[in-house]
Design a protein around this ligand. Sequence first.
Ligand code: 523
Length: 133
Amino acid sequence: MSERIVVAAALVDGGRLLAARRSAPADLAGRWELPGGKVEAGESPEAALVRELHEELGVAAEPGERVPGRWPLRAPFVLHVWTARLLPGSAAPEPLEDHDALRWLAPDRIWDVPWLDQDVPAVERVIAHLGLG
Ligand code: 523
């Protein structure tokens, strides 16, 4: 089966990184992730990122650049990460779907939350890429 990309956002505002706590499915609930979702057929990763952030968090966001790396999820999914920022005038993020809590993490707080196992190496790469911390 061919690979399917899940895009996730390193959404940064004022030097803090947004983390979202999953509310479903049961095996992922309570763990924290970089918010995002599956790229649909015919959709660019950037468009998927903007769509997912709008659906899940109610924000208007702009993708930046791809954070180098790819992290395998349950087959056939592979996680790709993009930087993103809120557009001027965007609503503040709210946990509308899939999440039940959000936190803006300052660099010295990033490891305070229990990230999904598969997000840990991605978050490490985000920190290095953005020079956070
Ligand atoms: N992950 C993951 N980390 C991460 C994301 C955004 C997603 O491990 N940062 C995993 C969780 C799911 C799969 O990727 O197993 C798909 O993510 P999901 O459920 O957020 O994708 P959606 O929102 O596109 O899913 P549905 O619309 O519910 O099909």
